[in-house]
Design a protein around this ligand. Sequence first.
Ligand code: CAA
Length: 255
Amino acid sequence: MSLIEQTEQAGVVTLTLNRPEALNALNTDLIAELGSVLAALEAHAGLRGVVLTGAGEKAFVAGADIAEMRDKTPEQARYFASQALTVLKRLETLPVPTVALVNGYALGGGCELALACDWAIATDNAFFAQPEVGLGIIPGFGGTQRLPRRVGPAMALDLITTGRRIDANEALRIGLVNRVIALDERDATIAELTKQFSRNGPNAMRAAKQAVHDGQDQDLDSALALETSLFALGFAGEEQREGMSAFLEKRKAAF
Ligand code: CAA
């Protein structure tokens, strides 16, 4: 049985993690299926965006599967984490915008999964935490690296060393999520994102993501040079001509 539901509207794919008996906890099967789904999306030429969410109203993802992890040896734990990290890297490097729509608990690996998306929206019942130290381990799906890059090292260490839970509004305040919505606005929010992503130039969105992601690891001058190259490259295809002509002709662009 599939653990991930996939729907698509105008090139925007919504992936819904669906393992309700364990609040969508990430076990080997779910991680492997996410990897396969993402591999297929990498080859999807018409893809314009991805929204990742959890089934139901209680949990986005309640973490890595604790029952599966308990008896692992260090070697097995290393393998488990590296498999997950590969999948999360795949998500992070999808060439289109990716949004985590966090509905309910995003704990441990769930928070780390949200962090592998470009940005996040939380429903008003969402809770975030990196509770691993309470289990005698540290975050292993990227939390010690992506969380400080998102919210700063001091706030990341506050969350990681206390393990405390924060609600959607605190997540908004510290920049872990970009917006908070009511739980019943979930479908409307996905529809709105779909509308926005599908009316923009698809190559422009891909180039913008590339510029932001690749620029993060470079000094400012190199990153600005990268932007200039991608900006100029935008003038090589049909998309720029159509976008600007549509504006001047007072019509909607047909991308
Ligand atoms: N792994 C495995 N099973 C989990 C799970 C997890 N992370 N989280 C929840 N479940 C299971 C529970 O064991 C329970 O199963 P049973 O019905 O068979 O007992 C079911 O999901 C429902 O959970 P609860 O009964 O606990 O529901 P609740 O409403 O009382 O509590 C919760 C919800 C606060 C999310 C609680 O389940 C919880 O604290 N879960 C664990 C959260 C956690 O510690 N996550 C971090 C995991 S470690 C990690 O992720 C490491 C890493 O970086 C890779």
